[in-house]
Design a protein. Structure first.
Length: 267
């Protein structure tokens, strides 16, 4: 398929509970959206988020952002992948959110969204679209949102200049670009698209958990997104000693995410 498009891999709910372990997320569908210059493998698999969620009983769906494909693949019979083309005439965040909205409509249950960095922006856009869609959605598609280390600023222009050799790397992104598994030319194509700063509206109305490391230089103002949400409908989780690169390796954060989703589970 020709870029831009998203890929979504479905990891079905684990079968059985022979070990008798607690499964607080049994029957829940979780969609995980990774960050800029990363992949599902880096953000969610290697950091054991997928393991934690599936151990808790959830069905996990991993979205790969446009231009972010790498050599990762899975031939396992337990996985299923779909590719969805994006509208090239539409704002990149809105187009990605629209593609994900269509995918959510195919799921047997309302989903929980978990997004990190740019992925959090996509999830925020989707839940805002749902909350303010004319006439309302036929049925809610999102039960809760976890938005991690979400930048409120638009870093794309500076990143595109850096990736095309026309300027320096924006502050905070040095380690990200140094360690990325995604080819730089693909990231340059990605950042050539429009992606504005976080708008004041529409904003999600579902329960929201915001989090970031207290040393995050990419999204130091992530908590301010709470000011755009209904009072009492959001929570904040600060991860001590973590930055934008290593915050997802926190076991305490993973457990807090499981607890948040369990408190907002759907039947």
């Amino acid at each position: 398929m020709h870029e831009p498009y998203v890929s979504i891999m479905n990891l079905p709910e684990p079968g059985g509970n022979g070990g008798g372990a607690e499964r607080p997320l049994e029957g829940q569908h979780l969609v995980l959206v990774h960050g800029f210059a990363s992949t599902p493998q880096v953000n969610w698999v290697a950091t054991r988020w997928v393991h934690q969620f599936r151990q808790a009983g959830a069905a996990v769906h991993l979205l790969t952002l446009p231009y972010h494909r790498s050599a990762e693949s899975s031939d396992s019979a337990s996985t299923r992948q779909v590719n969805i083309a994006l509208d090239e005439q539409t704002h990149l965040i809105a187009a990605t959110a629209s593609a994900l909205t269509g995918y959510l409509a195919t799921l047997p249950a309302v989903a929980h969204l978990v997004g990190f960095s740019f992925g959090a922006r996509v999830c925020w856009e989707l839940t805002g679209q749902e909350a303010y869609s004319p006439g309302g959605a036929a049925r809610p598609r999102v039960a809760s949102l976890i938005a991690g280390a979400m930048p409120l600023e638009n870093h794309f222009p500076g990143l595109n200049r850096a990736l095309t050799g026309a300027g320096p790397v924006p502050s905070g992104f040095e380690a990200i670009l140094k360690s990325t598994p995604v080819p730089r030319d693909r990231l340059a194509a990605f950042t050539a698209h429009a992606a504005g700063a976080l708008p004041p509206s529409p904003s999600p109305t579902c329960p929201v958990l915001l989090f970031a490391g207290d040393r995050d230089a990419v999204a130091p103002t992530a908590r301010r997104a709470g000011q755009l949400l209904p009072a009492g409908n959001w929570e904040w989780y600060s991860v001590t000693g973590r930055d934008h690169v290593n915050v997802l390796t926190s076991g305490q954060l993973r457990r807090a995410a499981v607890d948040f989703i369990a408190r907002h589970r759907v039947s």
